[in-house]
Design a protein around this ligand. Structure first.
Ligand SMILES: *Cc1c(COP(=O)(O)O)cnc(C)c1O
Length: 467
């Protein structure tokens, strides 16, 4: 399988290369040249398979002949071995035709583990074969950094540096990053905000000499290797509800558009998905864009669902690429306009194409809190604020079409956001399993000033790729 950039000016790459570079050289996002198809018989045959088996079957055509079947299967087995639920991604009914897909049984309690556990192993394998190393560098406001540290910690070919704003993330989020006892893990507390951390990461990536010397690599949600792993649970859950012989809709708590985009590719592969509901918090750029056709930046608001507090929804570029029939020139114009003036208008044809698959719903802070309470009172299930936004949007989708089951993606465990949950239901959720001991484990992190040069010195001193 070959991968092409949405902006049409970067070399075509195979799966491993696209995964290792992350962002294309022309600033675009790598996308499969010809997304594979799954026949109804192949989809039916997923029924009853253990999750890792379904994963390797569905991912195989995206990887092509770069890795053999048995190795891919073993890798998926290993990636999901630590998930705390036998079903890996269990489905729970909470109302008529309304289901929760629990994606929080991985090591860091958020759906990002599904992609990151797989990507960490795939990257390490690709680097080992090249006898090469990489330095994973990222900024986090919480979930991504923890998932990356958990996935790359202890891997032989990489060192991982995660910058987070000192004193500005939750205790659970910090401890998930600072208590991983692996020498290749570097949790870095920057004396600044999340935006400062991101600016430092950007500056280091833009310093091409430094980038090459350190072999910097990114694992943020635009990495195609993450999207492909997320396609799997759309299939397994839809099949459990009767696909391919029954249509199913999904409601997806959305920030950077990586998760719901995986649902879109599942549909293109042939899965019987009816509607894809984009569920946002008050950072509603996608809701406004689908309603008006104008994609326009606004300031970021802090909400109870911080992992969806975004200004730009990076992976939306991949959907635009498809909606514009893969016209890379049109994409360059749109993204140029966004960089210049903070907005672009989606043409009527592509906008119609997007609306054929997607709806978008904004859920405000009050409705989010009410939904946590409503689910708890009606079913006894405790949901986190991100999940509650997906459930609230799912109810609106069901109001339009009560006959089609809706799967709301439960993207985080409630114990990851205990304050918001306690405010809504008067009860504090507890961390499951060995995570309960996180409070007593020693923390290890470095504090750096808000300064790109200091961060560069720190990375240079600790990255093995620099040797
Ligand atoms: C990252 C995240 C999201 C948003 O996912 P995107 O792929 O960025 O749209 C939603 N919920 C939780 C808990 C997350 O960590």
């Amino acid at each position: 399988m070959r991968y092409i950039s949405t902006r049409g000016e970067a070399p075509k790459l195979g799966f491993s290369e696209a995964m290792l570079v992350g962002l294309a050289r022309d600033g675009g996002l790598y996308t499969p040249l010809t997304p594979p198809l799954a026949s109804p018989a192949e989809i039916r045959a997923l029924s009853g398979l253990p999750y890792p088996k379904a994963a390797s079957r569905l991912i195989e055509p995206f990887v092509g002949d770069e890795i053999d079947h048995a190795e891919l299967a073993a890798l998926a087995e290993d990636a999901y071995a630590e998930f705390r639920h036998a079903a890996t991604a269990p489905l729970v009914q909470i109302d008529d035709n309304l289901f929760l897909l629990e994606l929080f049984h991985g090591p860091t309690l958020a759906f990002k583990d599904f992609a990151m556990q797989w990507l960490g192993r795939m990257m390490n394998r690709a680097l080992r074969r090249r006898q090469s190393r990489a330095t994973i560098l990222g900024a986090t406001s919480g979930d991504t950094g923890a998932a990356a540290i958990e996935a790359f910690g202890g891997q032989s070919q990489t060192d991982v540096f995660i910058l987070y704003p000192h004193g500005r993330i939750s205790d659970v989020q910090r401890r998930q990053m600072t208590t991983v006892d692996q020498p290749n893990v570097h949790a870095v507390a920057v004396e600044g905000t999340f935006d400062d951390c991101q600016a430092i990461v950007k500056a280091l990536f833009n310093d091409l000499g430094f980038r090459d010397a350190m072999k910097l690599s990114g694992v943020n949600s635009i990495n195609w290797g993450r999207i492909v792993a997320q396609i799997v649970y759309y299939f397994t859950s839809a099949v459990a509800l009767g696909a391919p012989d029954r249509r199913v809709s999904f409601s997806v708590p959305t920030g950077n558009f990586g998760d719901v985009l995986a649902g879109y590719y599942a549909k293109r592969m042939g899965l019987s998905i009816d509607r894809l509901a984009i569920a946002t918090n008050e950072n509603d750029i996608l809701v406004r864009a689908l309603a008006s056709g104008l994609y326009k930046l606004a300031g970021v608001k802090a909400t109870q669902s911080p992992s969806m507090d975004i200004q730009v929804s990076s992976n939306f570029e991949r959907l635009l690429f498809e909606a514009y029939d893969r016209d890379a020139g049109a994409l360059r114009a749109l993204m140029g306009s966004l960089a210049q003036s903070g907005e672009f208008a989606i043409a009527p044809g592509p906008l119609d194409a997007i609306r054929r698959d997607f709806d978008a719903y904004r859920v405000d802070e009050e409705t989010c809190a009410e939904e946590i309470g409503r689910v708890y009172r009606s079913s006894g299930v405790v949901v986190d604020p991100h999940t509650a936004i997906g459930v609230a949007a799912a109810r609106r989708a069901l109001a339009r079409d009560p006959a089609t089951p809706v799967v709301a993606l439960a993207t985080a465990h409630p114990a990851k956001f205990p304050e918001a949950v306690a405010r809504a239901i008067g009860r504090r959720p507890v961390l499951p399993g060995r995570l309960g001991e996180i409070d007593s484990r020693p923390e290890r992190f470095s504090v750096l000033p808000n300064d790109a040069a200091a961060a560069a010195r720190f990375v240079r001193a600790h990255a093995r790729a620099a040797a």
